[in-house]
Design a protein around this ligand. Structure first.
Ligand code: PEP
Ligand code: CO
Length: 463
């Protein structure tokens, strides 16, 4: 009987009896179509894993998600700007301390540049500590006559093209949980333990600028340097700038993971998805009558929905009806991913119709997922120039409508990978062969990420 179940709360492993209505609601998605889910071979094993997951401590706390909702609301009003970045797909093998550090470092470095450009706080969010499940265009993959299940991310199956690796394995849910916990632990240590000190992040940026290839950004970098020296001279409290808020986020794709990690907050009796602070629903799973929208309508986290170029104003408004009927500021973010070639045509009407509705949303630009191409030599890639052009289009459209460009959603890594064409390093088709390591989508490397921060900072300043 559902009403008798006990759900552990967000704090200290305390448990409370929760109302049957809340609990029943959390399972309403099970009657609906959930796209992009694996076919688990053994339902009994999945059920055992679900029970184990539901007994684990939450990864994030309700109060943190509430605070992020306020930050997202500020971004929607033009009082903050969101920077959300990380891998397309995290992998268990790549979750080393160095990789996590370098990704956090890249985001912090970008954030300092953007803070200066925007003259606003930057809301820092990783596509980290849970970004393990991927939607795929096909359920299967065929190589040399052998057909196997498609790779759906490390939380579901392995990338290696063997029947064993590609078989969905529910134990990977537990492995994803543990990997998310250790990633979050490091993120919390890095962002609270002195690593994020503004003066140190500024020194890293000076190191980047020491490479003369980036001299186009010299004037801007010098201004930031002067601003920091001014703060120092004026006696700013740099000790207060040693720690930063840093939030985790991922696509809320795999409902067999999200549901058992949902906890009822003992303060309010309301459920939170405790796998991450911010969850978004992807372009391929945002059906109004689908399981994802239903499930996420029931949790209190700040939410995102990806909107591609075919989205109509009516679609967006219907999503607001489902996910934010009362128009709570910061609750709902639309992450637009239109493609550089289309954003100026399709975004204006969408934004106008949503704005006319009156309920607030936060608009974020994902300049990655509408700009995929295949290089001559067969790599899945994107052009840095297209990525930047889509961001410029995003700013242009919002400026011309008097609405607020609230942030940026990017696939990036702290490493020196060669996955995206162009940038000052001028990675070309041949360059892609040098260090292309992503299993899914191509990411901006460390240098391209910083370069993007300078370019976007200039766009922010133009406002
Ligand atoms: C992603 O963010 O990696 C992704 C799959 O995006 P979208 O849902 O926008 O295609
Ligand atoms: Co991606």
């Amino acid at each position: 009987m559902v009403g008798a179940a006990r759900v552990s709360t967000y704090a200290g492993g305390v448990t409370v009896d929760s109302s049957s209505e809340v609990l029943a609601g959390l399972d309403s998605w099970r009657d609906l179509t959930a796209h992009q889910q694996p076919s688990w071979p053994d339902a009994g094993e999945l059920a055992r894993v679900s029970v184990e997951l539901s007994q684990q401590p939450p990864l994030v706390f309700a109060g943190e998600a509430d605070r992020l909702r306020e930050r997202m609301a500020a971004a929607g009003r033009g009082e903050a700007f969101v920077l959300q970045g990380g891998d397309c797909a995290e992998t268990f093998a790549e979750l080393t301390a160095d990789n996590i550090r370098d990704k956090v470092k890249t985001i912090l470095q970008m954030a300092v540049v953007l803070t200066y450009g925007a003259s606003m706080p930057i809301v820092k969010m990783g596509r980290m500590a849970g970004q393990f499940a991927k939607p795929r265009s096909s359920d299967t993959e065929t190589r040399d006559g052998l057909t196997l299940p498609a790779y759906r991310g490390d939380i579901i199956n392995g990338f290696e093209f063997t029947p064993e690796a590609r078989m969905p394995d529910p134990h990977r849910l537990l492995e994803a949980y543990r990997n998310s916990a250790s990633t979050l632990n490091l993120i919390r240590a890095f962002t609270q333990g002195g690593f994020a000190d503004l003066r140190q992040v500024h020194e890293w940026n000076r190191g980047f600028m020491a490479n003369r290839s980036y001299s186009a950004y010299d004037a801007f970098a010098r201004e930031i340097d002067r601003a920091i020296r001014f703060m120092q001279a004026a006696g700013a409290d740099f000790d207060a700038l040693k720690t930063v808020e840093f939030y985790s986020s991922h696509e809320g794709l795999l409902l067999d993971y999200e549901r058992p990690l949902t906890r009822v907050d003992s303060r309010t009796g309301e459920p939170y998805a405790c796998s991450g602070h911010f969850l978004w629903v992807g372009e391929r799973t945002r059906q109004l009558d689908g399981a994802h929208v239903e499930f996420f309508s029931r949790v209190r986290n700040p939410l995102g929905v990806k909107l591609g170029p075919t989205t109509t104003g009516a679609d967006a408004i219907a999503l607001m009806d489902r996910l934010n009927p009362d128009g709570e500021p910061g609750r709902l973010t639309f992450i637009t991913r239109m493609g550089a070639g289309r954003i100026r045509d399709v975004l204006p009407t969408l934004v106008e119709e949503v704005t006319a509705d009156g309920r607030p949303v936060t608009w974020i630009c994902d300049p990655m997922h509408g700009n995929g191409i295949t290089s001559e030599n067969g790599y899945k890639t994107r052009r840095f120039s297209d990525v930047i052009d889509e961001v410029r289009g995003f700013f242009d459209v919002h400026r011309s409508l008097g609405t607020v460009p609230g942030g940026l959603h990017v696939e990036l890594t702290g490493d020196d990978v060669t996955e995206v064409l162009g940038g000052t390093e001028a990675i070309d088709d041949l360059g892609l062969t040098r260090n292309y390591t992503t299993l899914v989508d191509p990411r901006l490397n460390h240098q391209q990420s910083l370069e993007m921060a300078f370019l976007v900072a200039e766009m922010l300043r133009e406002s």
